[in-house]
Ligand binder design. Structure first.
Ligand code: HEC
Length: 358
């Protein structure tokens, strides 16, 4: 396709359609980018460029598309940031970012993380007398020890007596250039999403008791060895704690729903299944109800399968940590979303909470 001039709006829309079409359209994409003058952004923006970009976000940013970009595995946003308690904790929680931060601040935080490092998130570097170096954000400090949270979100405790030097780094733990691969319109979508977080409307975390953190069973690239583990086992075998199973984290969107297209399916028997699980903490025993929104499937409490009454699963729960496993047939799932809500039962003594976080 030869590049002719094209209205930026039209080109942006076309690119958006392409990126959701899951085909390799690199050539077409670059032609569209050229025709619509949509180029990646230079992080060092002048005041005018920033004003123009902020206007572009306001005019054509699409928060829904932006949430999908935020969720892309390769961008790593969710490994460091949480929204509504779901996600990593190395970076600040973004639940109400949009309600408190102006758009140009958000753009700067993505393009130039070290320009304004958020209070409490400075990187502290410590060198011990033995010559080992540690770096991380300061979790706590007292007379005897200093506790850092390192870039892989682990706590490191160092005795004060072992420390030779301690410095505050001017660099943010958030890597610069993370969004460099994004086109201008994609960045606008992402900023538009971040800037509505916490405002009244679709992007305010709901007070409903949603399950926000799931885990999915990874099919390890569809390896046949992996399929064999399941093939010769009974249907509910996924609920076993087989150490060969790799469960990976998966977070719901701000509205509590999970796009099933993001969950790989296991092909066994004749139908493929999306297997997911989550954990609840039962503080007081009693009857619990889970409301299932989405294409129907199977639900196990521990290793016991529960029958549903329409979209509700009710069961008696004992005190402690309980694993709930879900199996959703693939054929029903195309383009669908799924969410799970813990609902109150009248007169039940149960106290229960989903385990969210990382
Ligand atoms: C390796 C961890 C890490 C990754 C990955 C990461 N961030 Fe950050 N982010 C941080 C840290 C730490 C801060 C706070 C320090 C700072 O202000 O630079 C931060 C700050 C921010 C802020 C400013 C928040 C505020 O309240 O001031 C925004 C917005 C943000 N990140 C968005 C993102 C997005 C979007 C992505 C994915 C493209 C992302 N981050 C990926 C660690 C990370």
């Amino acid at each position: 396709m030869r590049a002719k001039e094209m209205d930026t709006q039209v080109a942006t829309e076309a690119l958006r359609l392409l990126s959701s079409a899951l085909i390799d359209a690199t050539q077409l994409e670059s032609a569209l980018q050229e025709a619509g003058s949509i180029a990646p952004l230079d992080p060092q923006m002048s005041a005018e460029e920033m004003a123009a970009f902020v206007e572009f976000v306001a005019e054509s940013g699409n928060p829904r598309q932006g949430e999908r970009i935020y969720r892309r595995e390769g961008l790593l946003c969710m490994t460091c940031h949480a929204i509504g308690g779901a996600g990593g904790s190395l970076g600040p929680d973004l639940t109400s970012l949009g309600a408190s931060a102006p758009m140009d601040y958000i753009v700067d935080s993505l393009l130039l993380p070290q320009k304004k490092i958020k209070e409490g998130y400075h990187v502290v570097s410590v060198e011990t007398k033995e010559g080992t170096s540690f770096a991380g954000t300061l979790e706590s400090e007292d007379d005897r020890t200093i506790t850092l949270r390192d870039p892989s979100d682990r706590k490191v405790v160092i005795a004060q007596a072992d420390i030779r030097s301690q410095t505050i780094s001017p660099v943010s733990l958030m890597p610069q250039g993370l969004t460099a691969s994004l086109r201008r319109d994609e960045l606008a979508d992402l900023v538009s999403f971040l800037s509505v977080l916490g405002k009244e409307g679709d992007y305010k975390v709901s007070s409903k008791n949603w399950v926000c953190r799931f885990q999915y069973l990874d099919n390890q690239g569809g390896s046949s060895g992996f399929a064999d583990i399941l093939r010769h086992k009974p249907f509910g075998y996924v609920t076993s704690e087989d150490p060969r199973f790799e469960w990976k984290p998966l977070y719901a969107q701000v509205d509590g729903s999970l796009p099933l297209d993001e969950v790989p399916a296991m092909r066994l028997h004749r139908t493929g299944y999306h297997y997911m699980r989550f954990h609840i903490n039962v503080g007081k025993a009693g009857c619990i109800a889970l409301k299932w929104n989405g294409p129907s499937g199977h639900l196990w409490v521990g290793s016991r399968e529960i029958e549903s009454e329409s979209d509700r699963f009710e069961f008696d729960a004992k005190v402690g940590l309980t694993t709930i496993t879900l199996g959703i047939p693939e054929s029903k799932s195309t383009g669908q979303e799924f969410s799970m809500e813990i609902v109150d039962i009248k007169d039940s003594t149960a106290q229960v909470q989903a385990i969210n976080g990382r």
